[in-house]
Write a protein that binds this ligand. Structure first.
Ligand code: ADP
Ligand code: MG
Length: 493
């Protein structure tokens, strides 16, 4: 049995502002939240924290970007005894990337306490260093179910002292086939514990999971759109065979800098990518078959504005922490209205309108009606014929990405790259965008028109006193250059 709390949003966000200091949190924790700029709780935090901080099990449903990490992070940290050297809390996440995001956010939230060790246990890096870190003691582990199972089987992770278990993005973990692992891991946790489950949607399996190992969970549901988000929704009536071509028409008409295009299937993703690239759009696809490194690259290029369109399925896009976009295109109508709400929540910043554009064929009108009911609004229908290219120039992203061979392991920091570009190379910092340093490679966005020049000068100059190899990442249909440009001969050697 679950108690349901529905937290509706007031139309005026200021009228239901919920400051953190109404919660039973230590003054140091409150001060830290203030420093992080967290003044008011987000709606899911306001709805769930009173329940979870009181020690209850909780099932919470909320969309990406709603602040779920703090919603489980604060009760998890409250349950810790910093002087105990055993693992007391565990967060299960679907992917390495999400586990890394959660680890970083938890560390920020834990800053007010000295010496809380939070460890990420994910695949893609070797077991040994993780085992060593575990031997040195960690209070919190964040990991993917597969890797956590590995550690449990080898005996490098002991859960006897665990008091909080969190399942983050539970629906996605189930989509990825982790039901068995999750159930097995939960079995190895002490019975007396608090379990918090977060999920964007509520498929049948979630109820099954929660029945198996949660104790009288309270349920909090928040699928409403943010009142502060300005989303303009339009539906275009199309013939089935116009669908992919219509996406190109939308892009040329609205000319958004960044668009997330949702497809219902992977095949549709592939087809759309082909159609868009054939017309010169800089588009990339995100799907389950990508290796982690490729996935990172796609996301980096999209986030730093060197790729105009990201084509994705719902599963692939779930949980992505990306800024709000100019446009979301529903290439196909989803049968689940909640998925629609989730998708379009990716657009519409507080300070700027966002477009949610949907393509619907005649036989999909029923689905659109269900969506109209869920959002409680009339559908605004438009004819495809009204779409006119707003310019005869191709839609190009403002930036391009340079990939530099060398990363954290080579002690490269963002400042080194910015320094190299604005120093000797002579560019202004306004021409340089996001810099992302990974373990072995670094990505830097530069204005598209200086990309070749920037590549040349970086490769000719030095970063941290070393020559580096640099290439431009291609996002259009052209085959990307396979080779790094050769480094210039060492001047000092
Ligand atoms: P979710 O897990 O629901 O996708 P996150 O926990 O990753 O969302 O939070 C999204 C972003 O919002 C993060 O950048 C986080 O730092 C920020 N954030 C979370 N809670 C608050 C808050 N109360 N006030 C301001 N920013 C917040
Ligand atoms: Mg999250």
């Amino acid at each position: 049995m679950t108690e349901q709390t529905s937290a509706a949003l007031a139309t005026d966000p200021a009228s239901n502002a919920a400051p953190f200091d109404q919660l039973p949190l230590a003054p140091a924790v409150l001060a830290n939240l203030g420093q992080l700029g967290y003044l008011d709780m987000t709606p899911i935090q306001a709805a769930s924290l009173p329940i979870s901080l009181a020690g209850h099990d909780l099932i919470a449903q909320a969309k990406t970007g709603s602040g779920k990490t703090a919603a489980f992070g604060l009760p998890l940290l409250k349950n810790l005894n910093p002087r105990g050297f055993s693992v007391q809390a565990m967060v299960l996440c679907p992917t390495r990337e999400l586990a890394d995001q959660v680890t970083q956010e938890l560390r920020r939230l834990a800053r007010s306490e000295d010496n809380i060790k939070i460890l990420a246990l994910v695949g893609g890096s070797t077991m040994r260093p993780q085992m060593t870190s575990l031997e040195h003691g960690a209070h919190v582990v964040v990991g993917t179910p597969g890797r956590i199972m590995d550690h449990l089987q080898r005996g490098s992770l002991n859960l006897d002292a665990l008091n909080t278990l969190v399942l983050d993005e539970a629906d996605r973990m189930l989509d990825m086939g982790f039901f068995g692992e999750i159930a097995a891991i939960a079995k190895l946790c002490p019975k007396k514990r608090q379990t918090l489950l977060f999920s964007a949607t509520f498929p049948e399996e979630i109820a099954e999971l929660s029945q198996r190992f949660m104790r009288q969970p309270r349920q909090v549901k928040l699928t409403e759109l943010h009142a502060g988000d300005k989303i303009r929704q339009r539906f275009y009536q199309i013939e089935k065979d116009q669908r992919l071509q219509a996406v190109a028409l939308l892009l040329n008409h609205y000319r958004p800098v960044s668009t997330l295009a949702f497809c219902n299937t992977r095949q549709q993703c592939r087809d759309l990518l082909q159609v868009l690239r054939a017309q010169g759009f800089h588009a990339l696809a995100l799907h389950g078959e990508l290796e982690q490194r490729e996935r990172d690259q796609v996301l980096i290029q999209f986030a730093n504005r060197s790729c105009s369109v990201l084509v994705a399925t719902d599963v692939a896009a779930r949980g992505l922490d990306i800024d709000k976009l100019e446009a979301v295109i529903n290439v196909d109508v989803t049968p689940d209205p909640e998925v629609y709400i989730h998708r379009i929540g990716r657009t519409g910043r507080v300070d700027q309108d966002g477009w949610a554009l949907s393509l619907a064929s005649d036989n999909q009108v029923k689905r659109v009606d269900a969506i109209a009911q869920a959002i409680g609004a009339e559908i605004e229908w438009h004819p495809l014929a009204e779409l006119q290219p707003a310019s005869n120039k191709p839609l190009l992203p403002p930036m391009a990405t340079l990939q530099i061979l060398g990363g954290r392991k080579d002690k490269i920091r963002p400042g080194d790259i910015l320094g190299a570009l604005t120093g000797e190379a002579g560019f202004t910092s306004a021409q340089v965008g996001k810099i992302s340093v990974t373990d072995t490679v670094t990505y830097v966005a530069v204005e598209r028109r200086i990309a070749h020049e920037a590549q040349r000068r970086l490769a000719e100059g030095k970063v941290k006193g070393r020559s580096v190899k640099v290439r431009i990442l291609a996002v259009d249909g052209d085959a990307p250059p396979r080779e790094f440009v050769p480094a210039v001969r060492r001047r000092d050697g």
